[in-house]
Design a binder for this molecule. Sequence first.
Ligand SMILES: [Zn+2]
Length: 572
Amino acid sequence: MNLKKIVLILVCAFLLVGCTNKKVDNNEDQTQQDKIEYGLSPYQHYEIGDYEQRCNDLVEKANQGTFDKELYQALYDEALMVDELSATAYIKYCENVNDKTLTDENSYMDDMCKKVANLLATAAHKVTESEVSEEFKTYINNDISYQSYVDYKEKSQEELDLLSEENRLVQEYNTISTSRNKYTCVVNGKTYDYDFLSSEDANYLFEEDYDAYYAGYMECVKAFNNDCGNIYLQLVQIRDKIAKLNGYDSYAEYADKNTYRREYDIKELDSLKSLMKEYGGYIYYYSYSFDRDIDLKVTEEELLKNTKDIMHQITEDVGNHFDLFLDKHIYSIDKSDDRYNGSYMTTLSTKKAGYIFINLNEDYSDYFTLAHEFGHLYNSFYGINPNPIVTNGIYDLMEIHSSGLELLFGEKASELFGDDYEYICSNNILEMLYSITMACIYDDWQRYVYENPNSTLDEINDKFEEIANEYNFYLSKYFWMFTPHNFDSPMYYMSYGVSFYTALQIWYEAVQDFDKGAKIWEALAQSNGYEKSYLDTISDVGLSPFTDEKYGREVIETALVYIDDVYAYYYD
Ligand SMILES: [Zn+2]
């Protein structure tokens, strides 16, 4: 799978307003811009034609002392278009992951997008080594974009093939995880499928005969684990080869540097991890104790309307951008068993903002999902990727845009949730603490897996349980296979941990003074997630980084005290 796109899965990328501005205006382009500025353009299949030849021409001219800026711009614009078509094919695929045509088209465009990006970046890299490099640098007019070309290493056909196979395996996982009803077992003479056994409809079965129910349920879990695990082991092998091709010992290291731009010493995560080991037991206890049934059905129409009202109470600018999001219909929001099992915001490289995909639960959790994804989208109106073809954003920052807005949304939702308000909001904060702990667990576990790529499925199952226990999270050893990130966005999860930790600080400020908290969040969400490091951006807006253990302890304890108060109210 295209990591950049995955990026999209949770994060956002941003628009190249910066790049398109450099474009020589002509009437045709102007007309294109007038046509559609936001949302999806009609999809069209792309054929690569003579793209490679034109890239070679660019290099040949550079080697002869001429920088052909019109040719470079045309190649760059075409690469952006392909990038956007690939994002569109992915969204269409996510609307029905069991449709063969959409699946094939997604694979095709994913390969095509990587191929075109590789051709352009390789050619641009050669121009940076030629005698016209200064002229090229002046034309690019952005240090990060130019440096990305300087640092670019051409991908071999072997690596492109590995990336293609990686994408195919992720699609296979998506298919399996949306068709769990194919796993069946017999309980007391009757056949049941995995979906049924995992649902509340099966409650009567385990009340009748728990042992028989459990034996049947575990039979399905193990069959699912066997299939997913087999896919996962292949993914680990592929990723290990990709890391080695790029000169890294392990895929974890490769991803830290190349995918997530973690510009700090990874060992520094240890202070956050030891904090979560200390508080993990409390978080785990509350997570499984907060079990009230909230009977709040939510339709798409209610979701959009009620969210709009609250966004207008957060800040004026957030409200205005939410109106634009509705007005331009920058989303695919629906519910279906065939939809991708997750929600994300993705970038559309030629548009002025990204695009939101949500698979509805049709309950109150949809409000937080929408607030989360809209946090990413809000940032996409502001954050400008200087070069979406070769430059990644900083994910440790990007998930603050989303989770910060979720928490601010919660603070303004008392009328919306009525009597359930305190319960729902404390539960959302609890889920954030839970996710920070899960991020630490998944980070430790993935580092182990990618450092030991020849582990067996039993070994990685057992290792997961062992690491979870270190955090006092008593999870099943199969738990990891239900998290799609482990398959489609390797090593992503720690960015949730780092970001959610920072978002809780924003909540901490907002509880004392809402407008102050909202302003901090807004400043962060309007900042550019490409230009500055995590540490610099955090200190610019007056927050503490995850390395500040003392402040972290204060925030986590405040959150736990709040959760405990609500728990006492509902349960004691
Ligand atoms: Zn997110």
